[in-house]
Design a protein around this ligand. Sequence first.
Ligand code: OXT
Ligand code: ADP
Ligand code: MG
Length: 571
Amino acid sequence: MADERVEEAALTDGFNLVIDALKLNDINTIYNVPGIPITDLGRYMQAAGMRVLSFRHEQNAGYAAAIAGFLTKKPGICLTVSAPGFLNGLTALAHATTNCFPMILISGSSERKIVDLQQGDYEEMDQLAIAKPLCKAAYRVLHAEDIGIGIARAIRAAVSGRPGGVYLDLPAKVFAQVMDAEAGARSLVKVIDAAPRQLPAPESVKRALDVLKGAERPLIILGKGAAYAQADDAIRAFVEASGIPYLPMSMAKGLLPDTHPQSAGAARSLALKQSDVVMLIGARLNWLLSHGKGKAWGDAPKKFIQIDIEPKEMDSNVEIVAPIVGDIGSCVQALLDAMGKDWAAPPPAWTGAIREKVEANVARMAPRLRNNNVPMDYQGALGALRTIIKERPDAILVNEGANTLDFARSIIDMYQPRKRLDVGTWGVMGVGMGMAIAAAVETGKPVLAIEGDSAFGFSGMEIETICRYGLPVCVVVFNNGGIYQGTGVNPSGGSDVSTTVFVKDARYEKMIEAFGGVGVYATSPDELSQAVNAAMDSGRPTLVNAVIDEAAGTESGRIGNLNPQRVVAKK
Ligand code: OXT
Ligand code: ADP
Ligand code: MG
């Protein structure tokens, strides 16, 4: 009897090899939606001690994996079923690639020979072909002995150079393939130095410092690449040693505290218009920076210096007179080393003008943040939350919406790096709940998610996921009754409501009560403050329905200028 028993220890299979390959590379958290053909894989991962979070929609699992990559510099893993599940994950994969977040979308897929002959398999789709244009790299594994290499390639592709999204296609049959356990173990690859330092050429460092030395009105712009680099001390030391005013892009806020004397955040327009030399550190001159030209930058000629790991980013929009190609940590350290001790600070006329504008803008905004209006406006509500973040700098702020996003960006100061997570380069609505879950899971810190009511609607069902795992997430829904405002009217006079309004006085807080969380209906900044502090103290999943004046805010927030203007009114 014994010799008929297959020696279990002598064999392994595709399920085990995927798990062993991920664990060998210190990847132990999976963001997934179960289903054919990956349900058992998720169970076996959990049984092997991995943390496997199951979501209600793959898009949210993907946003969680993407921001996990941003926070940890290890690829976040999103695991989905084939075809529809894969497609749901694809938006997040493209978002990760656009934002330079390292993430791997692993999807089960159908039987190759049936797919390739288009014979109508279950969830038939040529997923690899569809994924390729939307991500940094894409691979498919057909044999169990290739799983080790496949996962190693996906990891290295995700984190090396400019980070991004990678697709790994695993046809159902691979999971059940059996092979010799010894050979299986040997087929696994522990990735060595997945994201190697990329040192800048010394001449590029010298060229940049020479340009900077000649500046009358220099400006440093810190982008989310600088936050991702986790070179916080070197970046702060460089900014302070240079004495140059800096402008943090949204997810770079907190690299230096927003209250820092060199912060030009509250003097953005002046800083862009009047600077004569601009040093970009992990920031692209894309739409968020008006492509480095036009009205936002004023008429004075400017010289741009750019630090980026991606050489092709240079000259993307305007001429870069001093490109420094390399990883930000190595580049900033090289600049510090080459600056020497006698670096001359910028002219006080410049730093003084920035400081003066900052103080004027801050002073102008201050009284508006102390109002206790009912219904609340954005300033009163965010004034209360600004105080909470100041008192709890460890908390992670997740933010999406239009007005809810824009007002929070300028009103809530951040004090530590990688604590503000938002819609990013693509301005994507629906990232909030996935980001909140991953932020709580990856950092263990309390999370405050400030959500427009429309933005919340994209992923609100994940409130159940947050309750299921008992995560310390407090969701504040800015309920102004619609997209941008709640005052829209159907111009036809017909019975349908306007295209941009929601149910009046929606009771979002009752949603979380359905899953055992804490729901609060807040009509004033004081009530809002009380509810959020209680949530942060208790760590209990909480949803605060913050009633905002439906007439507050503007269409598309601060980017209304991007809306096409109609010329010919329909008769
Ligand atoms: O210097 P000046 O004087 O100019 O002043 C600036 C700063 O100096 C000053 N400032 C300060 N003053 C005082 N104190 C402090 N601390 C301070 N800090 C700054 O304030 C001003 C402004 O500063 P800021 O913000 O730094 O500068 P500015 O000029 O705004 O920066 C330009 C940008 C472009 C960098 C910035 O505006 C930006 O980052 N914008 C991002 C915009 C964005 O991505 N928005 C989201 C997308 S909008 C739209 O697409 C929406 N949709 C469509 C949709 C999407 N996106 N996705 C999907 C999948 N489907 C559909 C939808 C459906 S938004 C949306 C939902 C909206 O409804 P919600 O209900 O969710 O939200 P509500 O609007 O609340 O209803
Ligand atoms: P923001 O939206 O904050 O301005 P972007 O997403 O536009 O930031 O730009 C981030 C840039 O940072 C990308 O061009 C990317 O190549 C770069 N980057 C990301 N990580 C690093 C790194 N470790 N070293 C150098 N550049 C990096
Ligand atoms: Mg709204």
